[in-house]
Design a protein around this ligand. Structure first.
Ligand SMILES: NC(=O)c1ccc[n+]([C@@H]2O[C@H](COP(=O)([O-])OP(=O)(O)OC[C@H]3O[C@@H](n4cnc5c(N)ncnc54)[C@H](OP(=O)(O)O)[C@@H]3O)[C@@H](O)[C@H]2O)c1
Length: 324
């Protein structure tokens, strides 16, 4: 399981590192420790480092830029654009050509680099044809500002239309034991087109590790507190499944998070999950999960412990831009 994997034509370590939580959404982080996590990840064979311009906003790209400044060549650097955070707190989604061209300049500056290895459209806009957005992204490839293109949370038809304009290297979408909705149509389409898969939130935003006992455990401003799947009675119901996963993990001498991650790693050689953490201890535990070998019987037992159909609550408070 530890061999390198390929997303389209892009070779990466078998597991990536999500940097979002180092700056926002899951409680306060410490910059020095976060940078140490990125450095340790690179030492352990993680190459795909994931950020986005909207994390922070902007400061997460700056943090990643500082962390990789003296080791840029060791990194497959991925960032995303398209979700615009309004000063008053709202969000919009943009993919018009002018926006694409200005967004990449901001990301390059904040990341301190002259090329982004994998540049994703973060969400598919409702009001711009995907051909315009991907056409503008393809211009960035021609100009040498970007090496590979990706989409995040795109639907199957969008993947086809986008791929017809320029090869799409990766689809980054939520995929974990408790979020399996892309399996029916989107994963087969990506595979037919040779598009690699980058599961985000493979640990169920931390819940599949068994670390949280109730919604009270999320601090003020934690994104999860306002998310249907993590609130009140929904979380209580979902945690019963996590307890079963923990029991299974204990029998095998590993952690629940490691079983959850190893399950994602076993989805295929074209799958590179990007668990997120701001702590070295968790990073090391997560990287070790990439070496776990699971039999078909193990996989079936894991799926029986956390049946995705029994999970209560949507993944986001507003699902309207998902799978568009
Ligand atoms: N494309 C998109 O729309 C999208 C959306 C969400 C995320 N992402 C990307 O995907 C990455 C990963 O997703 P995610 O961070 O949302 O969720 P995740 O990887 O499923 O879980 C992250 C959470 O799990 C905790 N954690 C990590 N390893 C752990 C371990 N071994 N034991 C106990 N707790 C552990 C982290 O804690 P600490 O924070 O305390 O370390 C954090 O609270 C993000 O960083 C981001 O780059 C993309």
């Amino acid at each position: 399981m530890n061999a390198k994997r390929k997303l389209g034509e892009l070779e990466v370590g078998p597991q990536g590192l999500g940097c979002m939580g180092m700056s926002e959404f899951y409680g306060a982080g410490d910059e020095q420790e976060s940078i140490a996590v990125i450095h340790r990840a690179l030492e352990l064979g993680v190459t795909l480092i994931d950020t986005a311009d909207m994390y922070g906003p902007h400061v997460n790209e700056e943090l990643v830029g500082r962390a990789i400044a003296d080791r840029r060549d060791a990194v497959v650097l991925a960032t995303k654009f398209g979700i615009v955070r309004e000063p008053a707190g709202g969000r919009s989604i943009r993919g018009d050509r002018d926006y694409v061209r200005s967004a990449v300049e901001g990301s390059l500056r904040r990341l301190g680099t002259d090329v982004i290895d994998l540049y994703y459209l973060h969400r598919v806009p409702a009001d711009t044809p995907i051909e315009e957005t991907v056409g503008a992204m393809a211009e960035l490839v021609t100009e040498g500002k970007v090496r590979h293109l990706g989409l995040s949370e795109a639907g199957a038809e969008t993947l086809r239309r986008a791929h017809a304009v320029h090869p799409i290297t990766a689809l980054q979408s939520e995929w974990s034991l408790w979020s399996r909705d892309i399996e029916a149509e989107i994963v087969p389409t990506a595979r037919e087109l040779g598009i690699g898969l980058v599961p985000y939130s493979p640990l169920g935003r931390g819940v599949l590790t068994g670390r949280f006992a109730s919604s009270e455990d999320f601090g003020d401003g934690d994104f999860r507190a306002a998310n249907p799947r993590f609130s009140g009675a929904n979380l209580e119901a979902n945690l019963k499944m996590v307890a079963e996963l923990r029991a299974l993990a204990e029998e095998r001498g590993v952690t629940a998070g490691q079983l959850a991650l190893a399950w994602v790693q076993h989805r295929g050689q074209d799958v590179v999950p990007i668990p997120g953490t701001k702590r070295i201890k968790y990073l090391e535990e997560n990287v070790a999960a990439a070496s776990l070998e699971l039999s078909d019987a193990d996989l079936a037992a894991i799926e029986a412990a956390v049946p995705a159909s029994a999970v209560v609550g949507d993944r986001y408070p507003d699902m309207s831009s998902i799978g568009r």
